[in-house]
Design a protein around this ligand. Structure first.
Ligand SMILES: NC(=O)c1ccc[n+]([C@@H]2O[C@H](COP(=O)([O-])OP(=O)(O)OC[C@H]3O[C@@H](n4cnc5c(N)ncnc54)[C@H](O)[C@@H]3O)[C@@H](O)[C@H]2O)c1
Length: 578
């Protein structure tokens, strides 16, 4: 390697220590796709994650020719450019392993395709027409688009190239989301393609999705797939050899799934003890916290042992907090068994209990060491709880991924009925959450976006006194999401059409979308305002809301005037009785 590229030995570790990079061996990762698909920016981040050098073929061609790409096109013509491109790519691949971003036309050359197949794996970064047009319009260095009708030219290029790009080994949908989200998807698909192992795991690992949460010495994997309870013993033994496990679960989950997990631990020679709490939000209390901590100590768990949370968000939040304070901090494993917990609460390290002053007011940031999301557990979940978790899935589309929301609109039935669509939705959601948590672990900035709809939701939950027979958390989030969009529309930020789509989609998933859907609801504006004032998103009387300029375009609004909220709520409640 001549060192011309960006040597990208990133914080995630060196090439030799990365299991994916080891599985790649001498093969390079080659990104193909149209101009504007994000090959360079995403390729650089991917290279960093894999600990491999990054090269951009166009930059190398420019370096070799001493001219820019438009100049080569102008002075020597496209044919000569293509010849040079073929040579440069062959040379770079000969020096692999690397991550290589190729120009839009490179993969059209059959010899180049063969070279790539011999020396690497190819991934097509596939982007929709609108996304490409928006991105390339901003740049002037695209010689093929310097025509009278760039839109028609781009469409013609798409028609010609997409059938050839489809020959790549893998495809990832490039869209307007944080690059980290796409990189997570690339790592997952690569891992699946190569059968790479992040922890020692059984042969069936190729059917697993793994989302890595890169947080330095607190980094961990979220493993998603079926049959994971059965594998829990071997995975936990690999994570913490010799450690015992305090399993925290609730009565419902204990009767359904815990035995399988315990058998797996026993088979791996792991000592374990079971601590059972009552199901429901009321369990997230200081009283239960004390009881769980005492039980962990009574089971003679030491500092190097693990707490294993098996259940929904209630168990995960409570057990995670107990782990963070017992013996000044024990490691813990999340085994989320509700959809909500698999896509949200088990990831990101927020743990805690409720106070009489409000929800989640007592807690700690304490990252799990591993998350095992066994999708088989969701088969025993009630339709109501499944739908509630789905509200959090929708939330990710609404925050920053309009394409994902579009996808959900088309695949909702698939997500509800199970199979690949369900796994895909969980995977995208976890990758989205992981990307935000990696940017802002302690919620000092962007992470607040995850609270879209939650200021309203927490107020509604508080008003019904966390009575799960009337309202469960995900349902409150569904109503809150609609409120956040309606409120944004009222402030002139977002179109009514987006509000209608959000409401319609949540309703069609069987979720409540208005407080009038909550049995026995009789609270007025002032009660809601009071309940909101207890929320920890209040600073010096001003409320922080997550508002939206449209689907996938949410932002943090730290200074929302109480009067604006009050007048929105007045109108909202009046409309409900009309
Ligand atoms: N820490 C975070 O970042 C975060 C994020 C979102 C939500 N939360 C918290 O998560 C909690 C809500 O989580 P939840 O919706 O999972 O609720 P939950 O934990 O109360 O679970 C819902 C119900 O489903 C049952 N259940 C769980 N798994 C089951 C299964 N596989 N089959 C059948 N029944 C099953 C439970 O016993 C419970 O009755 C709230 O307290 C919320 O504040 C935390």
């Amino acid at each position: 390697m001549d060192g011309n590229g960006d040597a990208a030995l990133g914080p995630q570790g060196s090439h030799a220590s990365d299991p994916l990079a080891s599985a790649l061996g001498a093969r390079s990762v080659v990104l193909v796709g149209m101009m504007g698909a994000g090959k360079t920016s995403i390729g650089k981040r991917l290279a960093q994650r894999l600990g491999l050098p990054f090269f951009d073929a166009d930059t190398e061609i420019e370096r070799a020719a001493g001219m820019t790409v438009p100049e080569i096109f102008e002075k020597r013509g496209e044919a000569e450019f293509r010849q040079g491109e073929q040579k440069v790519i062959a040379r770079l691949l000969g020096d692999g392993p690397i991550v290589l971003a190729t120009g839009g036309g490179a993969f059209m050359n059959e010899e180049t395709r063969q070279n790539i197949a011999k020396a690497g794996v190819s991934i097509w970064l596939k982007a929709d027409f609108d996304v490409l047009m928006r991105r390339v319009r901003k740049r002037s260095n695209r010689p093929l688009l310097q025509t009278a009708d760039p839109e028609a030219t781009l469409q013609a290029l798409i028609d010609k190239r997409y059938p050839v790009y489809a020959l790549a080994d893998m495809t990832v949908h490039s869209r307007d989301v944080a690059h980290e989200v796409i990189v997570e998807e690339l790592l997952t698909i690569l891992s699946r393609h190569l059968g790479a192992k992040t922890v020692p795991m059984p042969q069936s690992s190729a059917s697993r999705s793994i989302v890595h949460v890169g947080l330095g010495d607190r980094a961990y994997d979220i493993v998603i797939g079926s049959n994971l309870l059965e594998e829990a013993g071997s995975r936990i033994a690999a994570l913490a050899p010799g450690a015992a496990c305090a399993i925290v679960t609730d009565e419902t989950v204990a009767g359904l799934h815990v035995l399988e997990l315990e058998e797996s631990l026993t088979a791996s020679g792991i000592r374990h003890a079971r601590i059972t709490v009552k199901p429901g939000e009321q369990t997230k209390s200081m009283t239960e916290l004390t009881r769980v901590v005492d039980a962990i100590l009574a089971a003679k768990m030491e500092r190097g042992d693990l707490v294993v949370a098996v259940g929904g968000g209630v168990v995960g939040d409570l057990a995670g907090f107990a782990a963070s304070i017992t013996r000044r901090g024990m490691r813990f494993v999340q085994v989320p068994t509700t959809l909500l917990a698999q896509v949200d609460s088990s990831v990101g390290g927020k743990t805690g209990v409720n106070s009489e002053h409000g929800k989640n007011l007592i807690g700690a940031f304490h990252q799990p060491s591993l998350v095992l999301a066994d999708t088989d557990c969701l088969d025993t979940l009630s339709p109501r709880e499944f739908a509630a978790g789905y509200a959090e899935v929708v939330k990710y589309g609404l925050i920053s991924d309009a394409s994902f929301f579009n996808w959900l609109e088309a695949h909702r039935n698939g997500v509800f009925s199970g199979g690949v669509d369900r796994v895909h939705a969980i995977e995208v959601s976890c990758a989205a959450k992981a990307a935000i948590v990696m940017r802002d672990e302690k919620e000092e900035g962007d992470r607040a976006l995850l609270n879209l709809g939650h200021t309203f939701a927490h107020a509604f939950e508080r008003i019904v006194k966390y009575d799960g027979t009337r309202l469960v958390h995900g349902e409150a989030v569904a109503i809150g999401l609609v409120c956040a969009f309606q409120f944004s529309q009222r402030l002139g930020l977002c179109h009514g059409q987006d509000v209608v789509r959000v409401e319609h989609h949540l309703k069609s998933a069987g979720l409540p979308t208005h407080v009038r859907d909550i049995p026995g609801w009789d609270a007025g504006t002032e009660s809601i305002m009071d309940a909101m004032a207890q929320d920890k998103k209040v600073k010096r009387g001003k409320l922080t809301f997550i508002l939206a300029r449209g689907i996938g375009e949410s932002f943090i609004a730290p200074d929302v005037a109480a009067e604006d909220v009050r007048s929105y709520l007045d109108a909202y409640l009046t409309a409900s009785s009309g």
